[in-house]
Design a protein. Sequence first.
Length: 406
Amino acid sequence: MREDAFQIIQKTIADCLPDKAVRDSLQKLDFTGKVYVVAIGKAAWVMAKTASVFLADRLEKGIIITKYEHSRGALDKFEIIEAGHPTPDENSVLGAGKAVELVKEATQEDTVLLLLSGGGSSLVELPMPGLTLADIQEVTRQLLFCGAGITEINVLRKKLSAMKGGKFARYLKRAKAYSIILSDIIGDNDDMIASGLTYPDDSTAEEVKQIIEKYHLQLEKKVEDILLNSQPCRDIQIENHVVGSVKDLCRAAAEHAKELGYHPYILTASMQCEAKAAGKWIASYASSDYERPFAVIAGGETVVKVTGKGLGGRNQELALSAARQLSGREDALLFSLGSDGTDGPTDAAGGIVDGSTVGQLEQLGVDVDQVLKNNDSYHALKLVDGLIMTGATGTNVNDVAVLLCR
């Protein structure tokens, strides 16, 4: 089953690369004058490469802002900046400034093309007047550690940023502008992808208050004042085209499991609970009465509430939690991975476990419950060859977990 799992992983990611979707979208657009391209996100390089080939001589210049180690080399006419994720850093501010300067060059006879994918929320940042990068980093740190969902995090990111929540549109002057957006957001909240660089911010001060109170955030007065009083940008003349989603990821996993003889069942494409709970839930289907062999598939984006000082990501924690439920079984295997190839602050895409995982760890003197309490799934899974290592994949359509049972 392990061989089957890696076949499913490889083919599923290949199906969800943005090349074809971006090409199809570009063919529907009307480009005039010089074309200026801004690509932001974990899939920025691949999207920019596709646009470069399509536009050819019409491309005037462009910029790619992506996560560290997600660039695949130089592209003609493009400047490439790698920046921090999931917390913005100095390069995030540098890249944002350069993106603003680039689009300001476009006249009303020209076209600006924005290529956006998940991760953009931290990869570009211009703090609101009165704030510093450190202020935004601290709010981000608190949100990541308390287990806030990505939509909740992005509500606050929009308020603190002079780019997000549609504010980037203010720099476009009167140039024609399109955006092609690779979705990593669950549901229909397209305005949350990369914190809505090209969408107006419809979140309210009341929503902000609820998030602050729910997670007991400790904020400086200047930060809280901006969060509660930020004014939305409504005048946005950008035509948005959203391509790809976690639903596509789940469908691809189901198709390739079926090719290998499994009966596929997609449970959900909107999983948003804690990673540990998700692992137990999906693994519980190993005892179901589905016709065997079967594959149970769940997509979405879980969260981790950090209580320890270990290393790991939501997919690794999900997998290790599932391992406890599957312990002793010879008929089941589970994997969970981020489609972008990086799970949390690690170099792994996710984790893969089966009925022998817990036993192997116990033989090595590792207490799985203690590992989960310390959020140290990475080091535990590494001991038993349980890490999925893909490198940066060039796409980003959220996460998928698959349970295989024979």
